[in-house]
Design a protein. Structure first.
Length: 406
């Protein structure tokens, strides 16, 4: 119920911003949030998954877990600067392309940077709580952070409907969350300044392997926004951002699995003969969520769009495609997290060319100057990545030397 509250408050905040921001400002807000995701992926580069995997081995030892966390922060800091240098110019260009003034572009970029840094820190600070399954305070802090965001959005965006202010309201809630997380995680870790060389090398090795995939995910994961930015109108960008607000409801699934399922699966010993069965069960439960998403999107799409406002009421087919694609994306992310928690990461040399070829074919076949065409590209692509992620994890578990082969 706490997690339902978290997602409900976040959903209301998102709808409030859709209703209060003018169409053009909401398009800029959509671009900024999309690039925030790209910056976060690039700066993380597998560090969080590496900390989860290494922390799962020593989660009962406060000093060793503290060393793993310190190593994660050290590696993360080195990648933050690189991420900013790569993504900020791209964001500035996209804002300018959609008729943002130089001042507005600068304000959006400056408001995004503190949100970006606090988001990265929060992802690492959650790990000790997740490994110890200290779920209640984790959810409490998320509820409080979302309430802060909702209250600030209602007060400021109503008076000053600017994208940069809406972004800062989101960041303020994350700052509050991080402050609480830092105090709580100290119960499970010792403050270790010097990182452990073996842990450093293990996480670094995983990061080097994951970095090509992180760059690849930035290109493909934000493909809808890239294509709409380059070939479609500002209105299409705003429509894409607005209908994707309902994906916040689906994030309940992602959060529950990342908090309850992934850490426990990461902690299971390699000689557990039930690993593959558990893995299949995890994905079967995700299929049930996907079926519920399809039913909701088709039967209640008109009602959902009426909440967004009159500018969006004619987007029912697009809403169905967007929600289905969002759920498939969440399923892929959960599957990747479960795989990474066991140390299983795709070999980039095989995976990246295959998926880029698929994306290129889809771009050639479907129109990229309409929202419908871009959503169809996204849907087919997400279906393929979801299937491949599941198949890869099942294959690795089936052939892991530590797991008896049936």
């Amino acid at each position: 119920m706490a997690q339902v509250a978290v997602q409900a408050i976040g959903f209301v905040s998102g709808i409030l911003i859709v209703r209060l921001l003018p169409l053009h400002e909401y398009a800029l807000y959509t671009l900024a949030n999309s690039l925030l995701g790209a910056m976060t992926i690039l700066a993380d580069g597998g560090v969080a998954n590496g900390v989860m995997a290494e922390g799962g081995k020593v989660w009962q030892d406060k000093r060793k877990l503290g060393g793993v966390l310190a190593t994660g922060f050290l590696l993360r800091r080195k990648q933050v600067v690189f991420s900013l240098l790569v993504v900020v110019p791209a964001l500035f260009y996209m804002l300018q392309k959609h008729n943002a003034s130089w001042l507005m572009s600068a304000l959006v970029v400056l408001s995004l940077i503190p949100v970006f840094i606090s988001t990265l820190s929060g992802a690492l600070l959650q790990i000790p709580l997740k490994l110890h399954q200290d779920i209640k305070p984790l959810q409490q802090y998320q509820v409080e952070a979302n309430l802060v965001r909702l209250g600030l959005s209602a007060l400021t965006v109503f008076i000053y409907p600017f994208a940069s202010l809406a972004i800062l309201c989101s960041g303020t809630g994350q700052f509050w969350n991080n402050w609480r997380l830092r105090k709580r995680s100290a119960q499970y870790t010792e403050n270790v300044i010097k990182n452990d060389p073996a842990t450093h090398q293990a996480i670094l090795a995983m990061t080097r392997r994951a970095m090509p995939l992180a760059i690849f995910y930035i290109i493909t994961g934000q493909a809808s926004i890239w294509l709409l930015t380059m070939f479609a109108t500002t209105e299409s960008v705003a429509h894409q951002g607005a209908i994707s607000r309902f994906a916040a409801v689906l994030m309940l699934t992602s959060t529950i699995y990342s908090v309850l399922i992934t850490p426990r699966f990461s902690r299971l010993s390699r000689d557990n003969s039930q690993l593959l069965s558990i893995y299949i069960g995890i994905h079967f439960s995700l299929l049930l969520v996907l079926a519920a998403t399809l039913f909701f999107s088709w039967s209640l799409g008109g009602v959902a769009l009426s909440i967004l406002g009159p500018e969006y009421e004619e987007l029912r087919p697009e809403f169905f495609l967007a929600m289905t694609g969002a759920m498939l994306s969440i399923m892929t992310d959960i599957g990747s997290g479960v795989n990474s928690g066991r140390g299983y990461v795709f070999r980039p040399v095989a995976y990246i060319p295959l998926m880029l070829l698929l994306l290129a074919i889809l771009i050639f076949v479907f129109p990229t100057n309409t929202l419908m065409g871009v959503l169809l590209i996204n849907l087919i692509y997400r279906s393929a990545t979801c299937l491949l992620t599941f198949a890869y994890g099942a294959y690795r578990l089936r052939n892991d030397p530590g797991v008896p082969i049936a």
